[in-house]
Design a binder for this molecule. Structure first.
Ligand code: 5GP
Ligand code: ZN
Length: 114
């Protein structure tokens, strides 16, 4: 998608503070962090929202969680705890329409979220 911010991060057209990468997933620090650790984990494939996921994307979503586990370990927040969350559509706070998992940690998390 030529006009997608996160696709531009994937191609390198826009610089990202990358913390993890494999063939299918890129992870970089959020520009406006909401916790001491705030990383966005994105599939390299453009998928607009969770609603647009296909059966064939199942392993890709699994890879996003495995990346979260790895980054949490690197960031030394595995034991303390962290949140791995995706917002779907504007009502849930999605502002960038290329799916991404927020990995948040390094502070106590409240529940329910706002
Ligand atoms: P959403 O609100 O869609 O769930 O999350 C989008 C996230 O992308 C927000 O947390 C926002 O701070 C982050 N973001 C927006 N623009 C940029 C950017 O240019 N670079 C980075 N690294 N993060 C961004
Ligand atoms: Zn995209």
């Amino acid at each position: 998608m030529s006009d997608c911010l996160f696709c531009k991060m994937v191609t390198g057209e826009i610089k990202a503070d990358v913390v993890y990468e494999n063939d299918n997933v890129l992870a970089f620090r959020d520009i406006n962090p909401q916790a001491p650790v705030h990383v966005l984990i994105v599939p390299k494939k453009h998928i607009r929202t969770i609603n647009d996921l296909q059966e064939t994307d199942a392993s890709l979503v699994g890879e996003m969680y495995l990346a979260a586990k790895e980054i949490a370990s690197q960031s030394e927040i595995s034991e303390q705890g962290y949140r791995a969350v995706m917002n779907c559509n504007a009502g849930a706070g999605q502002t960038v329409f290329h799916i991404h998992m927020h990995l948040l940690g390094g502070r106590a998390m409240l529940w329910p979220p706002g």
